[in-house]
Design a protein around this ligand. Sequence first.
Ligand SMILES: [Zn+2]
Length: 270
Amino acid sequence: MKARTKIGLFLSLSILIGTAFTGCSSVLLTGRKQLMLVSDQQVLALSDSSYQAYMATATVSRKTTQNALVARVGQNIARAVESYLTQQGQSEELKNYAWEFKLVVDTAVNAFCMPGGKIVVYEGILPVTQTEAGLAVVIGHEVAHAVAKHSNERMSQQMAAGVGASALDALLSGSSTTTRNIAQTVFGLGAQYGVTLPYSRKQEYEADRLGLIFMAMAGYDPSVAVPFWQRMSSQSNSFVPEFLSTHPSDSKRIANLQAILPEALGFYKK
Ligand SMILES: [Zn+2]
């Protein structure tokens, strides 16, 4: 290796590690430390443009009752999250959310929440959620990914894994193509943007735990989560729903949900 390249790499690593050091934060409620190399503003700008691009191609459902249902559950959960953030002295975080709740025409069993609180539910998931509380399991879980900033963490891990010139460029030049590509892979709006990168198991379990707590705070009984995930897993006999392909619903997940249920029930006021 040439000396100049070595120095360059050393500088790159130092900057990256230096940034990583200051770019560490911890997840609300769980306290888990996470790597954050991308600023909130950067993630929000990228997520907003991905969301707008997605919505430009999507058809909003005309089903009045179901639309109202999605909006109601979304608003209840958003309100619960915001009051919790405020109680925790984190009201400065509220500026990172501009909530939107959309039900779209799509038979796929799927739903997502983008960073910044853009919640999209596909019509195809409603027969599996069945009830308002069932839908709160899904929205609570998706909102938890956003609140725990899992997309930022995933982008940061991708960048750290590719330490070198392109990762460093992506990191320093904010809106570079590399950053946008990483963002689109991480946001993973289905096949539309090519390869998707599912959240890690650790992030999934964390979203389950936070999701149950948020739904409980919003007035929904978190114990409906277990039968919901059982219904979701029984779907896989005929075909694998999109949501299930990124959210494995096996006995481990169900056992984990049962283990964290008592904690969530502590937040549930009937
Ligand atoms: Zn998830």
